[in-house]
Design a protein around this ligand. Structure first.
Ligand code: FAD
Length: 478
């Protein structure tokens, strides 16, 4: 019997996994995971994501072993590794669930063409999104730019029921290609190991994902519309890293809330529309592969955002004294931005809600959505630092760092994105704290020195910096 390969990517689960089901149905399924940090256009994972991936692969290996499916781990350029593995095993079929980034799609298309050309059966499936981004268009036939009509269209589609995990098979009895040792991949932080806080909060894997989903649907969904904005309460689902890594499929989450829809009405609908935002972010990313590096609204290319340190600082090679003076002032500006950025990253801005959020992020790899918005707004609008700098920090520190949701939300906060928050909506971290952390328990939990002389004074004047931001926005070309 020729083995079938199921190539795992951002779908580290055995339930609702159509690619795994197809390979298991063929018999002799072998799972492959490739850590690809080399192929052109693939964004290297951040530190928190690497930690999550390490632990997820351990649990995936166990989940697959229960189905008699071995997991082969390889590192290198995916096209090469998949070809090499399939050829070495003489496999008859190759399956995967689709991914939607441009570089990934190109790579997958190349492998599919090669496999089919070599006489193999190669097939991909929809599993990570409720909609295929190319299949849903506006009346004019283009991509959606506004959330409400997008979600009206997508939520009206018929979403298939999730699939069960395959039954344990007889297993592949042939020779397996050499699998690499996970420990040699260096995914875990060392010197220093900053991951203790992450381990306290998360158990990456499908088991914790399903447990969280069940508990949330049973107890959290009913009050979700009110509690989701409260960082001091366990009001939201905390499913984001599991959705990011595919330990839970959006179909599983959709149908879980749907089962309580009639009973809970609004609670379930509001939650479902957050899944809609995830879909909308991927819709944008599919149509704008440069979402993390280019303003969706090009007018924002002229906004005078600062780049900390040497990033983006002006040219230093001018011989004229005017040029030298300009270079000096740019240098000073970027140094000041670097100091402000550090205070923001370390949770020392003097704005308790922002500082609590940044510390929660550093400690646990996750931050509450309301606080993400307030913190991002402070960085981009009051501290005047480019949204891409904040996006990169979140990319490195979030366990749910997502190639679509992260840049799309940063652009939403900055005002440069699709259906973005209007630029003049500049969150005031003090009034936001009073409203959404009314008893101060969230800030108290993360800032033990709050109210003592050890806690810093605000690094920026909210009123003056707001005015400056609005003036800069006002002078953008229309
Ligand atoms: P819930 O409120 O329970 O929502 C359920 C699910 O819906 C989430 O798990 C998530 O998958 C999805 N979702 C909810 N809100 C959004 C949203 N605004 N955009 C996209 N999907 C959403 N989310 C990520 O998954 N990865 C990121 O890298 C990311 N970066 C962000 C950066 C900024 C600046 C901001 C403002 C938001 C970002 N978000 C990101 C969105 C949101 O903050 C998180 O999805 C949410 O906090 C996760 O918590 P939860 O699972 O409890 O969400």
């Amino acid at each position: 019997m020729k083995p079938s390969i199921v190539w795992f990517r951002d779908d580290l689960r055995t339930t609702d996994n159509p690619a795994l089901r197809a390979a298991a149905d063929d018999g002799g399924a072998v799972a492959l995971y490739v850590l690809d940090e080399e192929s052109p256009g693939i964004r290297p994972l951040g530190g928190a994501s690497r930690w999550w991936l390490h632990h997820s692969l351990l649990t995936l290996r166990e989940d697959l072993a229960a189905l008699a499916v071995p997991l082969v781990l390889r590192r290198g350029p995916a096209a090469e590794i998949v070809r090499e593995t399939a050829t070495a095993m003489g496999s008859g079929s190759l399956y995967w669930n689709r991914r939607y980034g441009e570089a990934e799609r190109m790579l997958d298309a190349g492998i599919k063409a090669w496999a089919r050309g070599s006489g193999m059966h190669a097939e991909s499936f929809q599993a990570s999104l409720l909609h295929e981004p190319w299949a849903v268009t506006t009346k004019q036939g283009g991509p959606f730019k506004v959330f409400t009509p997008f979600w009206r269209t997508v939520s009206g589609l018929d979403f298939r029921e999730p699939l069960e995990a395959p039954e344990p098979g007889r297993g592949y009895s042939g020779r397996l290609p050499q699998s690499e040792e996970l420990d040699t991949w260096g995914l875990l932080p060392r010197n220093p190991d900053w991951s203790a806080g992450l381990s306290e909060v998360w158990e990456p894997g499908s088991a914790q994902a399903h447990e969280l989903l069940d508990t949330f649907v049973e107890h959290g969904l009913v009050d979700y519309p009110v509690n989701r904005d409260r960082p001091d309460l366990p009001g939201s689902s905390r499913l984001s890293p599991f959705l990011r890594w595919g330990q839970l499929s959006p179909f599983e989450v959709w149908h879980a809330q749907q089962r309580r829809r009639r009973e809970l009405g609004e609670g379930a609908a509001v939650f479902a529309s957050e899944l809609g935002w995830r879909e909308f972010c991927w819709h944008q990313y599919f149509h704008h592969p440069d979402l993390a590096t280019a303003n969706l609204r090009p007018g924002f290319d002229h906004y005078p955002w600062a780049w900390p340190g040497s990033q983006g600082a002006g040219s230093h090679d001018s011989a004229s004294s005017a040029g030298a003076r300009e270079a000096e002032s740019q240098e000073a500006e970027s140094q000041e931005a670097a100091t402000l950025l550090r205070a923001w990253q370390e949770g020392r801005t003097g704005f308790p809600l922002v500082d609590a959020g940044q510390r929660q992020l550093w400690h646990t790899g996750w931050m509450h959505n309301r606080v993400r918005m307030v913190s991002a707004s402070l960085l981009v609008k009051n501290l005047g630092i480019h949204w891409q700098v904040g996006e990169q920090w979140f990319w490195d520190t979030l366990v749910d760092a997502d190639p679509a949701s992260n840049p799309a939300n940063w652009q939403w906060v900055a005002g440069s994105g699709a259906d973005a928050s209007p630029f003049f909506r500049i969150f005031n971290p003090e009034t936001q704290a009073a409203k959404f952390d009314p008893h101060g328990s969230y800030v108290g939990q993360w800032i033990p020195e709050l109210g003592t002389p050890d806690y810093p004074e605000p690094v920026v004047d909210l009123k003056a910096s707001r005015r400056e931001a609005l003036d800069a926005y006002g002078s953008l070309p229309r």
